[in-house]
Design a protein around this ligand. Structure first.
Ligand SMILES: *Cc1c(COP(=O)(O)O)cnc(C)c1O
Length: 385
């Protein structure tokens, strides 16, 4: 086969959501007929379901994942647990939202490199990056892989760091290692966690949506106030806040999919295994598979090759769409010129070498993955221009 019409799309949301379409329509209709268009039972029910999923006592629905992160950090500042200028360790190869949230809260990002194999940060790297100004850690479970281990726990406990998880890509993932709370679920490892329901995430709304979970009642209260003009009760504003509430229609959409989370993540695992068992090409490095099946929920399946652009051209010519997460590391973005950082060679290498393969659940997804893998096995960087 050699054509330019992609027979393997990178991500087709319409196809992915087809299985839920009838239920989504019914759920939207429920909200439309309820007359409750801000807050109300759908939002409360989703918040309850997120506390059940994570084991955290509190959940606050917000407008999107970036707001979940930035309002959480602002809440820690408002509560005096962090103060302006404090440094927050964060991986440089994350999606930029993790870092924008730190800057928005008046904190200073301290960018570090990930482990080259897992592409998430390690406890050792965190320990090496500590300065007297580091007071917090943003734990990004990038591509769905939990970034937590005993060293990480020891380091954050020893220094009493505030730990905020970026769970935008890791809903349903469980670390083999217990978090600060004693629980293993991502979202329950630290002091607070942010989720995104952006449509492409493992559980996607049909628009923007996000949520914060935390075991700390004062943080939940402050995030809820910040997301609602800074008011703790009607017409009483304790903080200069924002409008970032979770839309009840989106809450209803998420509630259709959330009960299928385990199945959806299991399907992603199946696709990842199909790639792992079929791709055999000396020019390509595959992501490692942890012994613990739920340690990674495979938001993306990211392979690396020094011939990245040639591989992508070859795959495109063979009908396979790919993507790159992310082509520019955070510290090289134009808006980050004033952010100080040390050398970040691993993040720069990943930005040059990473390719994301299609990994959306669906009835033919595993067969498709095997087909894509076989195409990848035919890739020879010397035979393509
Ligand atoms: C998607 C994403 C976000 C932001 O979520 P939005 O809902 O798009 O604002 C933050 N961090 C990471 C790692 C993400 O992948």
């Amino acid at each position: 086969m050699d054509n330019n019409a992609a027979s393997h799309r990178f991500l087709d949301l319409r196809a992915a959501d087809e299985a839920f379409a009838d239920e989504l329509v019914r759920a939207a209709e429920r909200v439309i007929r309820s007359g409750r268009y801000i807050g109300g039972p759908e939002v409360e029910a989703l918040e309850h379901e997120m506390t059940a999923l994570t084991g955290m006592a509190h959940c606050v629905g917000v407008g999107n994942g970036l707001d979940a992160l930035r309002l959480t950090l602002r809440a820690f500042v408002a509560e005096g647990r962090l103060k302006p200028g404090d440094e927050v360790i964060v991986p440089a190869n994350t999606y930029i939202a993790s870092v924008l949230a730190i800057i928005d809260a008046g904190l200073t990002p301290r960018l570090i490199d990930p482990d080259p194999a897992t592409m998430v940060i390690t406890g050792e790297a965190v320990e090496d990056a500590i300065t007297p100004r580091v007071r917090a850690l943003m734990l990004v479970h990038l591509y769905g892989r939990t970034a937590w281990d005993d060293t990480m726990r020891r380091v954050v406990e020893k220094h009493n760091f505030t730990v905020v998880e970026d769970c935008a890509q890791s809903i349903g993932a469980r670390s083999p290692y217990a978090g600060l709370t004693g629980l293993h679920q991502t979202g329950a490892l630290g002091h607070a966690a942010a989720f995104s329901f952006y449509p492409t995430k493992n559980v996607g709304a049909l628009g923007d949506a996000g949520a914060v979970v935390t075991p700390l009642p004062e943080i939940a209260r402050t995030v809820r106030a910040l997301a609602n003009y800074g008011s703790d009760r009607r017409y009483h504003n304790i903080l200069p806040g924002f409008n970032s509430r979770l839309d009840p229609i989106q809450a209803a959409m998420i509630r259709v999919k959330l009960p299928h989370l385990r199945q959806l993540n299991a399907e992603r695992f199946g696709i990842a295994m199909a790639y792992r068992n079929t791709i055999a090409n000396p020019h390509i490095t595959l992501p490692p598979v942890s012994k613990d099946v739920t340690d990674c929920v495979w938001h993306q399946y990211v392979i690396t090759t020094p011939y990245r652009d040639r591989l992508r051209d070859f795959l495109r010519a063979n009908g396979v769409e790919t993507d790159v997460h992310y082509p520019t590391p955070v510290h090289l973005q134009p808006c980050m010129v004033n952010v100080a950082h040390g050398p970040l060679p691993m993040s720069e290498r990943l930005a040059r070498e990473a390719v994301s393969l299609p990994i959306t659940p669906g009835s033919t997804a595993v067969i498709d993955a095997v087909e894509i893998a076989r195409i990848i096995n035919r890739f020879d960087p010397k035979q393509t221009q």
